[in-house]
Design a protein around this ligand. Structure first.
Ligand SMILES: [Zn+2]
Length: 245
């Protein structure tokens, strides 16, 4: 019997998240740009759950992101202050106060995130010259990744959901946003992990379309810059955002 899917959260209808999440308002607008391969993953992406938690967020499937109408509209809009969450040299560290209200003026902060394995995220960026030109932001993570079900590729690497949580903590601390419910994103993350752990213990609990389907959630992932020498050994499965410092 075919399994029904909720086309909002992309989970099986029996485990749909939508009714249990109350989206939180933020001053900042978050735009998750999901690689087509990420977009199709079911039960996997923390990016999708992040989007469900944030009222002022949107998620789009994109590869050459500059061509996406939603991206173009933001880049054209003088009332927006778009940045790319992408750690590395030249990124402004929010935790060190390197982005201020004076930088924004009257404009609204828009944070673009690339949701893909980080090799794919790099490719997306390469295909998106206008995104490349945006100011970049980063943060100093307040906690290591909470991933239990997937080995962290490297200390300091976070899932998309955790990266957005850390971004909001940093924005709140520097007065650029108000992060009213820091518990919700993390609770959703815990619940998602618990679901996967339960499934791993009891494979009959959820019918699997693919017997080898990984129990690991994907996260978004942007990543270290290609100047990082350890990038060469990074596997395609790594899907993390790395905090800066
Ligand atoms: Zn749903």
């Amino acid at each position: 019997m075919p399994r029904e899917t909720c086309y909002r959260c992309f989970w099986p209808k029996a485990h749909c998240w939508c009714a249990s999440i109350e989206p939180m308002r933020t001053r900042t607008r978050f735009v998750l740009l999901m690689h087509p391969k990420e977009w199709k993953r079911e039960k996997a992406a923390t990016g999708r759950l992040t989007h469900l938690c944030l009222a002022d967020s949107e998620a789009h499937m994109a590869l050459a992101c500059d061509d996406h109408p939603a991206v173009q509209a933001i880049l054209r809009d003088p009332s927006m202050f778009p940045v790319l969450l992408y750690p590395g040299e030249g990124a402004r560290n929010l935790s060190r106060g390197e982005l201020t209200a004076a930088d924004l003026g009257d404009r609204r902060l828009v944070v673009f995130l690339l949701d893909a394995t980080w090799g794919r995220a790099r490719k997306m960026l390469k295909l998106s010259p206008r995104l490349q030109d945006l100011p970049r932001i980063a943060f100093t993570a307040t906690a290591p990744s909470r991933y239990l079900i997937k080995r962290q590729p490297q200390e300091g690497c976070l899932s998309t959901l955790e990266a957005v949580h850390e971004t909001l903590l940093a924005l709140d601390a520097c007065g650029l946003d108000r992060y009213e419910r820091p518990d919700q994103l993390l609770a959703v993350f815990d619940r998602m992990q618990q679901f996967h752990l339960d499934c791993a213990r009891d494979p009959d609990r959820v019918p699997r379309r693919h017997p080898r389907a990984t129990p690991a959630p994907s996260a978004a992932e942007v990543a270290r810059r290609h100047t990082d020498p350890s990038a060469a050994v990074t596997s395609r499965r790594r899907r993390f955002v790395r905090g800066d410092g």
